[in-house]
Design a protein around this ligand. Structure first.
Ligand SMILES: [Zn+2]
Length: 255
């Protein structure tokens, strides 16, 4: 069996992405242990690694309980309060999971939290709460400058990169994106396709970097239509793409 990425659902709309072959599994952002333990037992898999993108409880809350049953390495951002980390990582580090023949580069993408990281490798990106399908995370601990730079770093990855986000927020995000960019035809096509997936009870993820660049307003802060909407929201001219980003991020908070 080749590598598969299975969405294990947790809470209302979290995905605990589970990378697996026929025998081994690694999980990304296990906010809750029980759904992971159930999945491992049902599929008869041995857990071999835990990866965390940031410190929020809905992403790391299940780590301690998983460790009691499976003493595996826990990777996560250096510089965030995650008591269960055993391998603190940051930008430029590499995470190897030999049992799955996988290796990831660690990318620093601060903004949502102070030291949020992403894992990129094998044409896959695990980006936690920074880049969402057609949206982005709230800027809690960093600045709009940092969040904008982090999103630009992800947007520079190859178009075909599969994007695995931490939450199923896509349809709500598309609703907002349409308000920002009502004339974006790719956005309307995406809404139809993703609505169909949700009706069938399926995730809208993974997305791709190419699809995000075509439809995600937070990656389109240089597009005239996005700039115009930001200016309208501000009642003034945004001074540059970071100000456009900050304006639509604030608008989204109130949407
Ligand atoms: Zn978060």
């Amino acid at each position: 069996m080749t590598l598969e990425v299975a969405p294990v659902r947790a809470f209302k709309d979290n995905y605990i992405w589970t990378l697996r072959d026929a025998r081994h599994a690694a999980v990304v952002d296990p906010g809750d242990a029980q759904p992971v333990l159930d999945y491992l037992a049902r599929e008869r898999l041995e857990l071999v690694a835990i990866l965390a993108t940031h410190h929020h409880p809905d992403h790391v809350g299940g780590v301690a309980e998983l460790l009691q049953r499976h003493p595996v390495p826990v990777y996560g951002p250096r510089g965030e309060p995650i008591a269960t980390l055993t391998r603190a990582v940051g930008g430029g580090d590499r995470v190897e999971i030999p049992q799955l023949a996988l290796a990831f580069d660690v990318l620093d993408i601060p903004g949502h939290t102070r030291a949020h990281v992403a894992y990129y490798g094998a044409n896959m990106l695990f980006c936690g709460d920074t880049l969402f399908a057609c949206g982005c995370g709230r800027v809690f601990e960093g600045t709009p400058e940092q969040m904008y730079a982090s999103l630009a770093k992800l947007a520079a990855l190859p178009d075909e990169t599969l994007v695995y986000c931490g939450h199923e927020y896509t349809l709500a995000n598309i609703g907002f994106a349409k308000a920002v960019e009502p004339g974006n035809v790719a956005l309307l096509e995406r809404e139809r396709a993703d609505a169909k997936l949700r009706e069938a009870g399926r995730p809208t993820l993974p997305s791709t970097i190419g699809r995000e660049k075509a439809t995600n307003p937070f990656l389109r802060c240089l597009q005239p239509a996005v700039v115009e909407s930001a200016n309208k929201y501000l009642g003034a001219r945004a001074a540059g793409p970071v100000q456009v980003f900050a304006a639509i991020r604030e608008w989204k908070n109130r949407f």
